[in-house]
Write a protein that binds this ligand. Structure first.
Ligand code: AFP
Length: 336
């Protein structure tokens, strides 16, 4: 069998051609994002050398200041995307406020939200980390600059979302609403090559991913559900297996390919709606899975602030549906 060789740029272009009237701006936008990710990937691969080349905050042997990797990732995306001419505003998990496009640069019609380096506390131990992104079309037209309202859009209105995972290989996984595609970086070519065509998440998995150290703070529905997958889940013929890295992109990516459920439950949650939950919810739904807070579909939530946190239950469709039932039943009996 001869599988095709296709770069991510070719793939994005082919997808854009499906839309008559497309200007190519979107292709240029995503292409620049892949450039930023390649630069971040190169630095992540050198992370173990930081102690040899110079500690963070110090000057390395080349006389350059060594930046923390999450700051480096943030600056790289800002520098690449700020001058690309297709954005009107950005927002990042690392910045308190919206990020305006630099003064002299052209403004465009898109909005970029990103988590530059998710799971960064795993860098020191060489576990996989990632960059998550979400793209909306702007909704304001008062001035060339985008506003907060452009950033506070529902997940259902995303026009593209995805992530880069810096693991044993660097991969890009993304969707524009026509399925989910995965590309693996060939470092010798510097190209992301199509490696996972039309990813579908199994409708039921046998993995659950949750920080069990937080058991004391879980709501009753979550407690009962976790008890159920460990003891009574008969459909698989055996209890579920726990896998938890503590790096959302890594936990999500494994469950996307193998099937399973990731949970960071309420009441408050830890994960951010705009930079983590909504983009991954678009990816999982496009792959046939589901994402909810227990009571509400993630993609339907109207954001009210840039750094809003939400409970996140995400993964295989039947597993998420089952969790929602536990959650609803426990909430109903608490209300009685
Ligand atoms: P860091 O970026 O501080 O490592 O946080 C990672 C993260 O936001 C997400 O990637 C994980 O799924 C989640 O936090 C893990 O949180 P716990 O350590 O509370 O389980």
């Amino acid at each position: 069998m001869h599988s095709k060789i296709k770069t991510v740029q070719q793939h994005i272009l082919d997808e854009e051609r499906l839309h008559p009237g497309a200007t190519g701006d979107f292709t240029a936008l995503l292409t620049t994002l892949t450039l930023a990710a390649k630069i971040i990937s190169r630095e992540v691969n050198k992370a173990g050398l930081v102690r040899i080349l110079g500690e963070t905050g110090e000057v390395n042997v080349h006389g350059e200041a060594v930046q923390k990797l999450d700051e480096f990732a943030q600056n790289t995306i800002y520098r690449a995307m700020g001058h690309n001419g297709h954005l009107c505003v950005m927002a990042s998990e690392e910045s308190e406020n919206i990020i305006p496009i630099p003064g002299e640069s052209k403004r465009g019609k898109y909005v970029l939200m990103f988590d530059p380096l998710d799971g960064s506390s795993n860098i020191d131990v060489n576990a996989s980390i990632g960059t998550i992104f979400s793209i909306h079309r702007r909704i304001t037209n008062h001035s060339p600059d985008g506003r907060l309202e452009d950033c506070l859009q529902k997940g259902i209105d995303q026009i593209a979302a995805g992530y880069f995972i810096y693991g044993s290989s660097t991969m890009m996984v993304y969707t524009t609403g026509h399925g989910v595609f995965g590309f693996t970086l060939d470092p010798s070519l510097g190209e992301f090559l199509l490696s996972h065509e039309s990813i579908r998440i199994p409708s039921r998995g046998k993995i659950y991913s949750i920080n069990e150290g937080n058991t004391h703070s879980w709501d009753a529905g979550t407690r009962r559900y976790i008890d159920y997958v460990k003891n009574d889940q008969k459909e698989q013929g055996h209890p579920y297996t726990l896998r938890y890295i503590g790096s959302l992109v890594a936990d999500f990516h494994r469950n996307l390919l193998k099937g399973g459920i990731f949970l960071y439950p309420g009441p408050k949650g830890k994960l951010r709606l705009l930079y983590e939950a909504a983009p991954l919810a678009m990816v999982v739904e496009q792959a046939g899975g589901a994402a909810s807070t227990g009571g509400e579909r993630i993609l339907d939530i109207q954001p009210t602030s840039l750094h809003q946190k939400v409970p996140l239950i995400i993964g295989s469709r039947d597993d998420v549906r089952e969790y929602n039932q536990f959650y609803r039943e426990a909430s109903a009996s608490a209300a009685d």
